[in-house]
Ligand binder design. Structure first.
Ligand SMILES: Nc1nc2c(ncn2[C@@H]2O[C@H](COP(=O)(O)O[C@H]3[C@@H](O)[C@H](n4cnc5c(=O)[nH]c(N)nc54)O[C@@H]3COP(=O)(O)O)[C@@H](O)[C@H]2O)c(=O)[nH]1
Length: 924
């Protein structure tokens, strides 16, 4: 019989042991936990305690530890009755704590009874408990283990929790992906609706996928149906998108087409690359993708109406991407994009079509060419259906006045046009044509119409309409006519110019050759035209040329050509000449017409012409030769007295050559000092004294001997050589005056001739001033003899020059007075010092009452203007007598002396101022 304490926080467990102990005759005590149990042990001192381990407050271990710690009760036997499944640990701690047995709940009652019995039996034997330190250590270890177990359990729970969290995370990620795919879709759809540009739309889609969808790269490639089955990337976004350029994709059955892109195009099914690292379809871009952390990819075909025209490719860094839900959405997105692109393309095509249509309409409406559309309906007379506004502008007909009618309305009655038949033929055969017609506006005015006709066909190929474009060529025709006129006619007279003349001459020569006929070429030059031009001005000169042109045109037959070659030169081509006399008749008629009096700008005048005739083929076989020879003949006519015509003769060429040689020789003469001055004395009639001399040029030609100035001065004037020659004369005369002065001849003056051309030279005054300065000769000793033509060409300028000469002190004589066109008014204003009566009047002074009257009038006029009168060319005493009687002041002439070299002149003056003239001597 023993006292047994049962400690358990569960009453049922206590009751079972208590019942068993009671059945075995033991006294059973009960406690709900360790603390209560200890109190009972101390108070009742049971031999055995059957104790649960896991209890509130003080558990089984603590109970035993405190039990062993109390020496009074330390020896008490303890059995653990526990459900704790940590059996190894329990046994270990139980061992340390000196727990006798461990009964594991639920335990067979028999085992309980037997165990109680055994332990009680052992209790009888001494079984000392373990030490405190060892217990502490062991207890600590047990606690640690317990903690470890707890930790392990917690870890397990944490793992479970983590797994649960992971599952939730995955779900969340999946949800996120779906959400973002929806977001991308929503944004893409919004953009699709507004899109106007395909490439921009695709770029936006790719950007949304990367920015909103958080995908790594997104790109769209278009699949072309070309020979290489090219797949061209047209839009891309994301990190590494630029790399795409270096990869070639294709959807063909080739190395580049074996990847998911080619596959998606071919199969029209989405291709998913779950693991870029291992998927064998990923080709050369695997490394680049992995290098950027990309894990998976989806290639979605863009299909419209069973045709794949591209792919949408999406690459992501997420491993678990592209689950079924996400793929479904991305597939929808690809379909939307495909549809959007198709719609956009259709819209673009439609817009282009509409724009083209609008443009065409505008082009037709705004075309400066008239456009007419007519129905190809012969029965209805091909009526006009449409005309553009330019038609009305061009023709004056409003649309309602032409629509329903035929365009032949514009032809009026002008049916004799070869192009009308061509146009008709084109309409009959339904062919295109371009013709130029004379058409008539509503107001009846003519316009040149270039009509371009094109036929339009209906789907069956039948000509349904005609479209005609009218181009008004009137201005162009006018312009062409003007150009033709300018190119072939002289602007001043409207006569043919050299171009047209050459053309006509060529044609005439060809015809003459064919018919064994002849052609006359006549060259007319107006005599002394330069004089008229210079003295009366260019406007009068132009008038004169026009008048002569008119007169020539009036003389010729139809078929002859009158041309102006320039200046005062005219040419007449007389084709089909049968007799030389016909040419002579025409030449005479022309000269007569030219010399008929004419009135130009208030001037009554008579001009003459000189004319040369050359005949084809006799005088030349080319146009150039004929013109040249007519020119030679004309010069001959001039040389031989003007106002006449000459037929060309071969020997005339020799004369021309002479002229040429003379010109060259004259140039050389200046350089090689072949010129010299002779001096013709001027004698005062009152006392017979030599008061001066006229310097007259002479050319000592090395071969020809002395050449008369009458032979070379006109040529020098023509060629301009007169200017340097005149300068030489002034300088030489001044040097001679200086020499004479140095020899003591101080009282004589020298007059130099100044030609018209030289007189108008800018630097005449400068040349004079320099010559006087260099020779130190007083200016009054130098006289200038100017001709009427020289001063009258520009009277206002003459006045200025003469005033300057006056300022210098040089005296001026008007030479050859009475032969030109001097105005008496100018004679007064010109500040002339003396007037020279031309020798042509002096010659007939005693035989012609007119010349005598002119001489008297000149003397009286000059005297009234305080001018000295010099008579030139005095050869007879009768002339001298006349001049003396009419109080002429000075004379010059062979009666007194011919022009003589300087030395002779000096001797003459030194020999006595008076010349041995019987009548003159009587003056004294
Ligand atoms: N611009 C220049 N013209 C000059 C110059 N030297 C001469 N001339 C001009 O050449 C023309 C011919 O001159 P020339 O042969 O010297 O004849 C002159 C006289 O010799 C000649 N004369 C003089 N007296 C008589 C005479 O009694 N009878 C007659 N038959 N002839 C005579 O007259 C000419 C002078 O004429 P003009 O000059 O009009 O006084 C001639 O036009 C010269 O002007 C020159 O340096 N520069």
């Amino acid at each position: 019989m023993a006292k047994i304490l049962v400690i358990d926080d569960h009453a049922v467990n206590r009751e079972l042991i208590v019942a068993l102990a009671g059945y075995e005759g033991h006294e059973a005590l009960e406690a709900g936990d360790g603390a209560e149990g200890l109190a009972i042990v101390r108070a009742q001192r049971p031999q055995l305690v059957i104790c649960d381990i896991l209890m509130p407050n003080v558990d089984g271990y603590e109970f035993v530890r405190r039990l062993r710690a109390d020496p009074e009760i330390a020896h008490t036997r303890v059995i653990f009755h526990t459900a704790n499944y940590h059996e190894r640990e329990v046994r270990h701690l139980a061992g340390i704590l000196g727990v006798s047995r461990i009964l594991v709940k639920p335990c067979d009652p028999e085992v309980i009874v037997r165990t109680i019995a055994e332990v009680l039996a052992e209790a009888a034997r001494e079984n000392p408990p373990a030490s405190d330190a060892e217990f502490e250590r062991e207890h600590l270890r047990v606690l640690t283990d317990k903690l470890a177990a707890k930790a392990e359990e917690l870890e397990r729970r944490a793992e479970d929790l983590a797994s649960e969290v992971e599952t939730r995370k995955l779900a969340e990620a999946q949800l996120r992906r779906v959400l973002r795919a929806r977001k991308v879709m929503a944004e893409c759809n919004r953009t699709l609706v507004r899109a106007t540009d395909e490439r921009r739309l695709l770029a936006d889609v790719c950007r949304f996928l990367v920015e909103l969808g958080n995908y790594g790269i997104a790109w769209v490639s278009l699949a072309w149906h070309d020979a290489d089955c090219t797949v061209e990337t047209v839009a891309a976004a994301g990190e590494g998108a630029a790399l795409l350029k270096s990869f070639r994709f294709s959807w063909g059955d080739n190395a580049c087409g074996n990847g998911p892109v080619g596959e998606a195009v071919r199969t029209r099914e989405a291709q998913i690359v779950r693991d870029i690292a291992t998927d064998p379809r990923v080709g050369r871009w695997r490394e680049a993708a992995l290098g950027r952390g990309y894990q998976a990819a989806a290639v979605l075909p863009l299909v419209f109406e069973h045709e794949t025209f591209g792919v949408l490719c999406i690459v992501t860094r997420e491993k678990e991407a592209f689950d079924a839900d996400e793929l479904e959405l991305l597939g929808e997105l690809a379909d939307d994009i495909a549809y959007g692109i198709h719609t956009l393309r259709a819209r673009v095509v439609q817009q282009r079509t509409e724009e083209t249509l609008r443009l065409r309409n505008r082009a037709i409406d705004e075309s400066i060419n008239a456009i007419v559309i007519s129905a190809a309906d012969r029965e209805a007379d091909n009526p006009v259906l449409y005309v553009n506004p330019a038609f009305t502008l061009m023709t004056g007909y409003a649309p309602e006045e032409i629509i329903g009618r035929n365009t032949r309305l514009l032809i009026g009655n002008d049916w004799d046009q070869p192009d009308i038949e061509r146009l008709r033929e084109a309409v009959r055969r339904g062919r295109d044509a371009r013709v130029v017609l004379r058409c008539y506006r509503k107001d009846g005015s003519l316009f040149w119409n270039e009509v371009s006709l094109a036929s339009m066909h209906d789907p069956s190929g039948r000509v349904s309409h005609f479209i005609s474009i009218f181009n008004d060529l009137t201005d162009r025709k006018r312009y062409e006519a003007e150009l033709e006129q300018q190119a072939n006619h002289d602007a001043l007279t409207g006569l043919a110019n050299r171009n047209l003349l050459n053309d006509r001459l060529q044609q005439a020569m060809i015809r003459a050759q064919r018919n064994a006929g002849a052609v006359a070429v006549m060259l007319l030059d107006i005599d002394r035209f330069k004089l008229i031009n210079d003295s009366l001005g260019h406007a009068v000169g132009d008038e004169l040329i026009c008048e002569v042109g008119r007169r020539l045109a009036a003389c010729v037959r139809q078929g002859d050509t009158v041309a102006r070659l320039g200046g005062d030169e005219f040419m007449i081509v007389m084709p089909e000449l049968w007799a030389e006399s016909d040419a002579a008749s025409l030449a005479a008629k022309v000269l007569q017409a030219v010399s008929a009096p004419m009135r130009l700008s208030g001037h009554e005048m008579v001009v003459t012409g000189s004319l040369g005739v050359a005949l084809y083929p006799r005088d030349g076989e080319s146009a150039a030769a004929l013109v040249k020879n007519a020119d030679v003949a004309m010069y001959r006519a001039k040389e031989q007295g003007r106002n006449d015509f000459r037929f060309y003769a071969p020997e005339m060429n020799a004369r021309m050559l002479e002229r040429l040689e003379l010109e060259n020789g004259l140039r050389r003469a200046l350089e090689q000092d072949e010129l010299e001055l002779h001096y013709q004395p001027k004698v005062e009639l009152a006392n017979g004294r030599v008061v001066g001399a006229e310097a007259l040029i002479r050319w000592r030609h090395p071969v020809l001997g002395m050449v008369s100035p009458a032979d070379f001065i006109p040529l020098a004037e023509e060629t301009g050589l007169i200017v340097p020659i005149g300068e030489w004369v002034i300088n030489t005369a001044c040097r001679q005056l200086k020499a004479w002065r140095e020899e003591g001849l101080t009282g004589v003056s020298v007059a130099v001739n100044v030609s018209a051309r030289q007189f108008q030279q800018e630097d005449l005054v400068g040349v004079l001033g320099e010559a006087l300065r260099a020779s130190e000769v007083p200016a009054r000793q130098l006289h200038l003899e100017v001709t009427e033509s020289g001063v009258m060409s520009n009277p206002e300028r003459t006045i200025v020059i003469l005033r300057t000469l006056k300022d210098i002190g040089v005296l001026v004589s008007l030479d050859d007075f009475g032969t030109g066109y001097s105005s008496l008014n100018y004679l007064k204003r010109f500040l002339i010092d003396s007037v020279k009566i031309d020798q042509s009047f002096v010659a007939d002074l005693t035989t012609s009452s007119e010349d005598a009257a002119i001489a008297r009038m000149v003397i009286s006029l000059a005297h009234s203007l305080n001018q000295t009168v010099v008579a030139e060319g005095v050869e007879t005493e009768a002339q001298l007598d006349f001049l003396r009687r009419h109080r002429c002041d000075e004379m010059q002439g062979f009666l007194c002396s011919r022009p003589i070299p300087a030395v002779e002149f000096a001797n003459l003056v030194r020999g006595g101022a008076c010349l041995p003239l019987p009548r003159v001597s009587r003056l004294h």
